[in-house]
Design a binder for this molecule. Structure first.
Ligand SMILES: [Zn+2]
Length: 184
């Protein structure tokens, strides 16, 4: 993304009705947003910044002709953003997943791993409205793979999960210590 405008009009207020800043300010915020969108691992930051970027670009489009904004034009930036949106969101999901996996692996107790895994979906669910079906499908698959990943790790150190109640128990126990059901 390129925001190298030649702007001699940098001290104008963009919107007649709402003060949202000067063109220069808008460009600065846009740059910050674009940078965060490509690096953050937090859903709230990603989606609030993404939406802020779109609304600022929309404001810039309204004055694009008046102030002869160019190189590239805000309307071109928006087209580009829209075209790349699925990839931008997909890249974010990958970063978010990698970060969660690292965290879950670093935690010692099963309870903590479980909580962190639940948080993976809980923290992003509010933003489903901004995602398409395939992104949501992917998130749910990743959620399951995080669980599979730590169940596998636990199995290696002699733990298993009760198929009736889902609690963590010793691999070689005949009865579940939580629900009492006989295993197998
Ligand atoms: Zn059980």
């Amino acid at each position: 993304m390129n925001f190298n405008y030649i702007d001699n009009n940098c001290l104008y207020i963009i919107n007649k009705h709402h003060y949202i800043g000067t063109i220069q300010n808008c460009l600065r915020i846009s740059k910050d947003c674009a940078e965060l969108i490509n690096t953050t691992k937090k859903p709230n930051i990603f989606f609030t910044r993404y939406n802020l970027l779109i609304s600022i670009i929309n404001e810039l489009i309204t004055v694009e002709k008046k102030y002869k904004l160019k190189n590239p034009k805000p309307s071109e930036i928006k087209k580009d953003l829209m075209r790349k949106e699925p990839y931008t969101i997909d890249n974010f999901i990958d970063r978010y997943y990698q970060n969660t996996i690292l965290k879950v692996n670093s935690l010692k107790t099963v309870k903590a791993k479980e909580n962190s895994t639940k948080k993976f979906l809980a923290d992003i669910q509010d933003y489903y409205i901004y995602m398409d079906k395939s992104a949501i499908f992917k998130l749910n698959n990743l959620y399951n793979s995080i669980i599979d990943n730590y169940k596998l790790t636990l199995k290696k150190v002699g733990y298993s999960f009760c198929k009736y109640c889902g609690k963590q128990i010793k691999e070689d126990s005949i009865f579940c210590t939580y629900c009492g059901k006989k295993r197998n």
